[in-house]
Design a protein around this ligand. Sequence first.
Ligand code: ATP
Length: 139
Amino acid sequence: MAYFAVIGLGRFGTTTSLELMHLGNEVLGIDIDPKAAEPLAERLSQTIIADATDERALKELNLGNCDGIVVAIGEDLQASLLCTLNLLNLGIRCLWVKAGDSAHHSILSKLGVRNIVHPEEEMGIRVAQSLNYPMVNSY
Ligand code: ATP
């Protein structure tokens, strides 16, 4: 069993955190908005309402113990970058960050983030491949 944190509990962050739970892991969910965090309170190991752009708040969460952290803030470029920078400053390296567009991707890449996720584009490719190779069901 591993321990993960998911920051930003929109559709992508919620799905990722619930699947990590389903796979038998412990998951800490973090969101600035109580309306996003509260529905998951009983479904994740722990949920916390916090602003991930606040380095001190992140430091208090001892995220250094995590086996991996997902930053699932896609729309708010500034919040995503500040949160990512805070995590890098805390020495966290196993990061997966959702990018909203190519500018977002470029900056994350310059910051040294190796795992940058584009859910819509990646799903579009998988759907196209499933249509092109209908006999392959593993997608
Ligand atoms: P979706 O996965 O639903 O498509 P999205 O890519 O549109 O999401 P946002 O809606 O911008 O991304 O953010 C996802 C979640 O991140 C929201 O629940 C939002 O409240 C949360 N969030 C935004 N800013 C912060 C922050 N500074 N700290 C913590 N959580 C935040």
